[in-house]
Design a protein around this ligand. Structure first.
Ligand SMILES: NC(=O)c1ccc[n+]([C@@H]2O[C@H](COP(=O)([O-])OP(=O)(O)OC[C@H]3O[C@@H](n4cnc5c(N)ncnc54)[C@H](OP(=O)(O)O)[C@@H]3O)[C@@H](O)[C@H]2O)c1
Length: 310
């Protein structure tokens, strides 16, 4: 099968196309013929940093990058009882997605909603479970909450806006002016252009912040949250001094590294099925153009999700 291998960290020139053996499945696994791969900023961070490759994918080389997939089950282990051969699925594999086939743990996959394409389904997993865990598990979002979502036009943010509205929150979202209409079209009640406005001068008494930016944005977010409110940051690391500042103001500040599971993917699939959440795929690149897809992510200015098609 065709795959994209990475022998060492570096630029997009390190993504090497090669024919390799199809993977074998073991207990609890399914073999998926991949139809679409969703890209995330982590694909780019890990590609360019040797320590990150070691941390996420182990010390052996070459490695295969890629986490978000959608495709069809072509084989399954005998102990996998919740899927059948031929099922269309989507979910998260721990690397190894940049290939025609991947052997993936069935516990990290869910049935693809019939009303969405493989490309849309591949855009959901990491962004979707991250938004879900930030708002629902960590943020305990409830009806009537005032929720601030930074980078509402990004992969995580555009799903988070829709989820927050689904749970009955009032949503304020940031992006640059060019993405204002997109952010409002997702259901946000208020848009703030981070390039010309200071959200920390405009907002007070926010219940919950989803921080997708870190740095100054995260620090300034402490000032807009009400006492007892929460900031869920998805950008590591979390400086000790910031935790202290948040504590002194009575604000809960938490770093989330999303894990994802079948139940969360299933909840997202139900919402996608009902049309309550939509994935916005802003660009689709062919598998032979993975380098260009990475370069798009590197701009940090993409809208919704970037997907690679097989
Ligand atoms: N901890 C975890 O489990 C976890 C999981 C997923 C992602 N992440 C991390 O979370 C971050 C966001 O991920 P993502 O996939 O949503 O990224 P993304 O899709 O690449 O985000 C791009 C968007 O960010 C907006 N943006 C850039 N700078 C901004 C700023 N200063 N303020 C507001 N918006 C800004 C851009 O809008 P404009 O073009 O309008 O500026 C663009 O639409 C990344 O660092 C990623 O690695 C962490």
């Amino acid at each position: 099968m065709k795959a994209i291998l990475l022998n060492e960290a570096g630029g997009t020139d390190k993504l090497i196309y090669q024919d390799i053996e199809k993977p074998q499945i073991s207990s609890g696994h399914i073999l998926v013929k991949i139809k679409a791969i969703g890209l995330n900023p982590m694909d780019v961070y890990i590609r360019s940093n040797e320590q990150m490759i070691d941390h996420f994918l182990g010390t052996e080389r070459p490695v295969i990058l890629g986490w978000d997939i959608a495709g069809d089950i072509v084989e399954k282990a005998d102990d996998v009882i919740d899927f059948e051969k031929g099922d269309a699925v989507f979910g998260i594999t721990m690397g190894k997605a940049y290939a025609e086939y991947v052997a993936v743990n069935a516990s990290m996959m869910a049935n693809k909603p019939e009303n969405i394409s493989y490309q849309e389904a591949a855009g959901i997993p990491v962004a979707g479970v991250t938004a879900w865990e930030a708002l629902v598990k960590s943020g305990n979002i409830k009806k009537g909450d005032r929720v601030l979502i930074h980078a509402g036009s990004g992969g995580v943010g555009h799903i988070a806006i829709q989820l927050a509205k689904h749970f009955g929150a009032t949503v304020i979202a940031t992006s640059s002016a060019k993405n204002r209409d997109f952010v409002l079209s997702l259901g946000a009640d208020q848009h703030i252009d981070y390039t010309s406005e200071k959200f920390n001068e405009l907002l007070r008494d926010v219940d919950l912040v989803l921080d997708t930016i870190g740095g100054e944005t995260r620090e300034q977010s402490i000032d807009v949250v009400k006492q007892g409110g929460t900031i869920v940051s998805i950008v590591p690391p979390l400086p000790d001094a910031l935790e202290q500042k948040a504590r002194s103001k009575g604000v809960n500040l938490e770093l989330l590294i999303a894990q994802g599971d079948k139940a969360e993917l299933g909840s997202l699939a139900t919402l996608l099925n009902k049309g309550g959440v939509k994935v916005h795929v802003s660009a689709v690149y062919p598998f032979t153009d993975m380098a260009r897809a990475h370069q798009a992510i590197e701009t940090k200015r993409t809208i919704g999700k970037i997907v690679v098609d097989l």
